[in-house]
Structures are given as structure tokens and as C-alpha cells.
Design a protein around this ligand. Sequence first.
Ligand SMILES: NC(=O)c1ccc[n+]([C@@H]2O[C@H](COP(=O)([O-])OP(=O)(O)OC[C@H]3O[C@@H](n4cnc5c(N)ncnc54)[C@H](OP(=O)(O)O)[C@@H]3O)[C@@H](O)[C@H]2O)c1
Length: 247
Amino acid sequence: MQTGKLNGKVALVTGASSGIGEATALVLAAEGARVVITARRMQRLNDLAERIRQSGGEAIAIEADVTNEEQISGVVRRVLQDLGQIDMLLCVAGVGVAAPFENTVTAEYRSMIDVNFLGLLYPIHAALPSMKERGAGHIVIVSSGTGRYIHPSVVYSGTKHAASAMAESLRREIGRDGVRVTCIEPGAVKTEFVSHMRADVRQSVEQRLGDMVQLESEDVANAILYAVTQPPRVNVNILTLYPTQQA
Ligand SMILES: NC(=O)c1ccc[n+]([C@@H]2O[C@H](COP(=O)([O-])OP(=O)(O)OC[C@H]3O[C@@H](n4cnc5c(N)ncnc54)[C@H](OP(=O)(O)O)[C@@H]3O)[C@@H](O)[C@H]2O)c1
């Protein structure tokens, strides 16, 4: 049941064109937030924005690559100019190639570092001054279970450990300014994430996952909703959620 808990709030979601980001945009919009959705695949974003509007919500789609500082800080500037504030910044965009390190090519590990780490820092750095000035705001970072526990994948795990460490360090730095930071650490989620890996890696990951029942994107989106709807005095620091069957 929707209760309008986020009426009047503005949420900026990176990685909103599929999976967890898409589900998060839908869940936040259903609770009344005005959602700004961003990623590179504009058609997907336009379709999602249309779905949100048809269900009575508000959505604005903006194309941006999170590894391009100018583009993503341009999105932040535009949202502040047009909507006046960013109450929630949801950093969901991410990529992963779960291959052994010696079988990972430079372009793959550069891409993981660029998207999973720099792609967090750029939008946060751009949005933070306005949140501190208002004394309110919430930054949600989607890391991974592999950012806390070691799963096989050297670079992906490294970037997600960096994301989780950064989230907690940032929380300690800006909590006194009234800005909250939440780190979300899911285990395996059924999205198109694995389909973006190269064929040999994809096959080995699919083999490892087998017939395990994975989380749905909505499960993670609902965890995010829980964190962002707590009273301002409550900072949900870390939420780790795994499929029941995942070791
Ligand atoms: N699926 C899992 O098992 C799992 C588990 C734990 C954590 N996670 C994390 O959850 C997050 C979302 O993943 P997902 O499972 O929902 O996968 P997904 O469906 O593949 O979504 C990834 C999103 O990231 C965006 N993205 C990738 N590169 C980008 C770039 N350079 N600039 C802007 N956006 C970019 C994609 O949009 P475009 O391609 O349109 O740009 C897409 O919207 C990631 O951070 C991932 O590491 C996933």
C-alpha cells in the first residue's frame, strides 16, 4: 500500500535504465517522490518515465554517463535549477566482470573502477554542497555483498569494498550536517547485470548461481525505501540482504 511518504521529495537515481535502479525509481515514485532517472540508454529511461507518469507519478529522464564528470555534474546542476533540491541521491549504476584477475583485461578493470567508484564520487561531490547547505539530504550507495564478504572476483570485489568503505567514511564526515548515508549490500539479484559480462565469464557465473532463487530488484528497492523513509534522526548505515539460499 502506497502512503505518499515521499510526497514533495526529489530523488536522483543513477543506473535507472534497468534492474535495481529501475525498481528503485518505481518504488520511490509510487511513494510520491519526483524522480530524476539517469543512465546512458535514453530509450529505456523514456519508457520508464512514461510508466511512472501513467501510474500518476512524476519522472524526468536525463541521459548521462556516470564516468563523465561534466555530464553527471551537469545533471545535478540541472535538477537543482529546475526542481530546487535533491533530497535523495541514489547511486545505483554499476558494472561487473566476475572473472579471475589474470583473466580480466585492462579495459574491463578500468571500466569497473570508473563506473563503480568514480561514478559514485562524481555525483556525490556535485550534490553534497546543496545538501549541506540545506542541512538535509540522503545519499544511498548500492555496493554489494562482495563489498563486505569476499566472493571470487578480484576487481569487482575491490571496487565494491571501496564503495562500502567510502559510504561509511562519508557518513561519519557529513552526519553532523544533517546528511544521511546508507550503503546497500545485496547478494545475487536477478537483473541483466550478468548478461553484460563477456560470454565465458557469464557462463561460469551462471553455472555458479545454478538454480538458486535470487533476489528480485524490488527486494533491494524496498530495502532502499525502508532506509529513506526513516525519521531524519535515524541513519540506516548498512543493509546487507542475500538470497536465502546464497552462502
Ligand atoms: N545483480 C546483482 O547480482 C547485484 C548484486 C549486488 C550488487 N549489485 C549492484 O547493483 C547495481 C545495479 O546493478 P543491477 O543488478 O541492477 O544491473 P543492471 O540491470 O545491469 O543495471 C546497471 C545499471 O547501471 C547503468 N550503468 C552502467 N554503466 C554506466 C555508465 N557508464 N554510466 C551510467 N550508467 C551506467 C546501466 O545503464 P546504461 O547501460 O543504460 O547506462 C544500468 O542502468 C550495480 O552497482 C551492481 O554492482 C548487483
